[in-house]
Design a protein around this ligand. Structure first.
Ligand SMILES: C[S@@+](CC[C@H](N)C(=O)[O-])C[C@H]1O[C@@H](n2cnc3c(N)ncnc32)[C@H](O)[C@@H]1O
Length: 375
């Protein structure tokens, strides 16, 4: 059976997620603001949870329609065949988000929707009581411009939580954004890649997962795994196939450094937890002292942005030092994300490419400075 799905996206990553979905062979892929639609089976939904690198969450779209009143919302939620999706024991966890609509109270949307679910289940199953002692069944009501989507969250915690990062350092990147920076950089697997201020190692780990064809969700679980209609046997076979496709021996030429020894300790722990122990050399080194013998590589980094007053001057010194690092390695390209509009000025050169992205709520640019490739 084919279902409608929504992959949630941070601003600016919709096109990249649509590309991933097409590469996974999914149909009816359509990028929208903040999300990407597609069609597929339940197993396809599971494959997306395991494999998508840039999406935050995968939802099953249960119903969609115009709603201008709570009665409209009640009718829309009642139209979903909940009896086909639940065993009657689940804990119905309702969440809601409202924007630019007549229905602007998330709490009321939650309670009206929950009432509609339970009334439909009572009418269709004849059961009076729903003890809600079973697994969580996370239903999300998304209200935007008077259109409502009733969504079942098949991911659980955000897909950025791959399971390898349990210790956070100084301003770590979300894993989904880190994976997108790897994608948007000129680096292609096989080329050298270095993060000269690697912090807890997120960019390096995401690049290594890509190089080794390791699906990012293999080390975690998803809420859909406890749904009564989850296709357990096929899903286990799919996961085993994806595990079998991992090629960690392919990881070569990825390395990093940071001036902070604690950050390097954390990065090493994350490498261990990602199943990448010993695959990515790391060292404690200020980037001012960094020289690398390889040619035609890519420096990719998320330096501090100097958001706090007083930090700006030292950050700009660091951006100047990144410019000097690039100057010392003319065959290397350099990509850095920053929210500081003076980045290029401090770096000492205009970027060859700029891309607007959001790190959380912070508007940033990904600056790319191309190297001159040696033959
Ligand atoms: C925003 S954090 C990077 C976070 C990293 N992307 C992660 O996911 O954990 C910036 C990092 O730059 C490092 N750093 C700052 N100045 C540096 C310098 N001069 N040389 C090397 N690293 C530096 C800091 O120690 C910090 O770990």
């Amino acid at each position: 059976m084919t279902y409608s799905w929504i992959a949630a996206s941070a601003f600016g990553l919709e096109g990249a997620i649509a590309g991933e979905l097409r590469r996974l062979g999914l149909s009816d892929v359509k990028a929208e603001n903040g999300s990407v639609r597609f069609s597929g089976s339940l197993l396809d939904g599971y494959r997306c949870n395991l494999s998508l690198r840039f999406s935050d969450r995968v939802y099953l779209l249960l119903a969609e329609g115009a709603c201008q009143s709570f009665e409209d919302l009640f009718q829309l939620v009642s139209s979903v065949p909940w009896e086909n999706y639940t065993s009657g024991l689940e804990f119905f966890h309702l969440s809601a988000q409202c924007a630019r609509s007549r229905l602007m109270s998330p709490r009321d949307c939650q309670s009206v929707s929950k009432k509609a679910i339970l009334e439909r289940l009572r009418a269709r199953t004849g059961r009076r009581l729903f003890p809600e002692t079973g697994a969580e069944f996370p239903v999300h009501v998304a209200v935007h411009s008077d259109t409502v989507r009733i969504l079942l969250d098949t991911s659980g915690s955000s897909l950025s939580r791959r399971g390898y990062r349990t210790w956070n350092g100084e301003a770590p990147l979300r894993e989904t954004l880190a994976a997108a920076l790897v994608e948007f950089s000129p680096w292609r697997p096989g080329q050298p890649l270095c993060d000269p201020c690697c912090g807890t190692g997120t960019l390096l780990i995401e690049a290594a997962l890509r190089q080794a064809h390791m699906a990012p969700g293999l080390r975690r679980t998803f809420s859909m795994e406890s749904f009564s209609f989850f296709p357990r046997a096929e899903a286990a076979a799919l996961k085993a196939d994806l595990e079998g496709a991992c090629l960690p021996d392919r990881i070569t030429g990825i390395f990093g450094s940071d001036r902070d020894p604690e950050a390097i300790d954390l990065a090493n722990r994350h490498l261990l937890q990602a199943g990448l122990k010993g695959r990515i050399p790391l060292r404690v080194l200020p980037l001012q002292d960094l020289t690398v013998p390889e040619t035609n590589g890519v420096f990719l980094c998320n330096p501090p942005y100097g958001e706090r007053l007083g930090d700006q001057a030292s950050c700009r010194d660091l951006y100047r030092d990144l410019g000097l690092l690039h100057h010392r390695h003319p065959s290397w390209s350099l990509c850095a994300i920053s929210s500081d509009p003076s980045f290029e000025k401090a770096f000492g050169r205009r970027a060859d490419k700029k891309r607007r992205l959001y790190n959380g709520r912070l508007e940033c640019q990904l600056y790319t400075f191309m190297g001159q490739r040696l033959r």
